[in-house]
Every structure is written in C-alpha cells, then in structure tokens.
Design a protein around this ligand. Sequence first.
Ligand code: SF4
Ligand code: SF4
Length: 238
Amino acid sequence: MNLEKKMVVLEQIYEIYDNFTKGLDVACNKYCANCCTRNVTMTTLEGYKIADFLELRGKTDLYTKIQKALYKKRFLPEITINMLAERCLQGEDIPAEESDARWGACPLLINKECPIYMVRPFGCRCFVSESNCMENGYAEVDPFVLTVNSVFLQYIEHVDKDGCFGNLTDVLLFMQTEDSRKLFEKEILKCEDTWMISNRPIKAFLIAPEHKARMEPILKALQNSFSSIFMQDSGVNS
Ligand code: SF4
Ligand code: SF4
C-alpha cells in the first residue's frame, strides 16, 4: 500500500473519530493542557504527517524543543496495542509499563497551546474527559470511549503495519531527516535500529462483550474507509 493511500486512510480515521467525539459531553477546551505530557506515543505514519507539516509550515525550529526532551524521562512503550490484543487472545501476560504525567509536559506545548494541533497524533486526539482533569487530578472517561479509543489505535497501527511505534519525541526526531523519511516511504525501516518498536497488523480487537453492539457502526465506518486493506487480511477476531 503506498504512502499516499495510507495518508488518505489516516485522515479518514481522524474524521470518523472527530464525528464520534462530537456526540460526547466532555470538559475539554482550549488552553486545557494537563493531558499534554511527555508520554504521548504515536506511529511513524503519524510522525511522517507531522514532519511534513513542520516542513511545509516553516516550523522546523520546533525540532530544537523536541531534541531537548531526548535526554529527559519519558514513556518508552514496550508493546503496541495490536501486540497487546494478540497477547490477550493467547492468554499471555501483559508487561507492566511505567508512565507518569509528572515526568513533564509535551516538548511541543507552547503557552498551553499545541503548535501542530491540526495534525496532532491520535494519542492526543483521544484525550477526552467528562470532567476537568485540572480540578479532579485525573481524567474521567466512559469505558465505552476507552474501547473506541483502543480500536482506533489498533486501526492506525494496522494501516502503518510496516512502520514503527514510539514516544512522540523519538518518532519525530527520527522523521526529522530526509534519509529516515525515505526509509519509511520505501517500507524498509528497521525499528530495532531505533528507539521505536515494530507495528503489527490486527489479529484481534480489544472489544469488551458489552460494547460489541455499540461498536458495530463505528467498526463498519472504519472498515469501509479502507476495505481494500482488509481484503488482504484474514483471521481478525474480537
Ligand atoms: S483530557 Fe483533561 S486535561 Fe486534557 S483537554 Fe480534556 S479536560 Fe483538559
Ligand atoms: S502534540 Fe500537541 S496535543 Fe499532543 S501532547 Fe503535544 S502539545 Fe498536546
């Protein structure tokens, strides 16, 4: 699947999610940025899109800010969401991963505003809370929304199954150079040579039995948006 097509699918996934969140009653608003931490993760496909945006908008100076986060503590994922689903399917143990919001703010955040808001990764788009996190100290999220978020993460990883997954800092610094972007474009990127981990296709969905019926129209919209990819796959369970 060529990169152009993957980008179209990614845009469609973001649009489907935006339509879903329009129907939610959330406390999120502009300048509310407690969820913008140094622990945000993303796929290389999303990183490529952001790197493109930085070049086109003349915002490559932001790499200097990101570079500084390279030496600071941040969440480094050991498994992707599709690996997690596979392990659940096989009844295997899930590694405990350490992530703490107190490690600091996202390196891109400027005066509580996101300079890449329109191309922010799904890991940021899915931050939603029914009550103000600043007041409560935690996000309040409906369990069904958590299921929806997991499925969208799974789809995005699936679209980028030849790419990698990692912390925002590591993915964006990787995408900074043209040579790296070329490796990604040619689908010959070796995640093990970087701070990132390999993406996987969907083998099973992380959908709780009580959410299956409500998930149907969302799954249908996602599947319709890139049915050509799914025609190549088999054995997807839920
Ligand atoms: S998830 Fe919490 S901190 Fe983030 S925008 Fe929403 S209310 Fe604010
Ligand atoms: S990329 Fe933007 S929305 Fe995401 S955590 Fe950073 S500042 Fe917040």
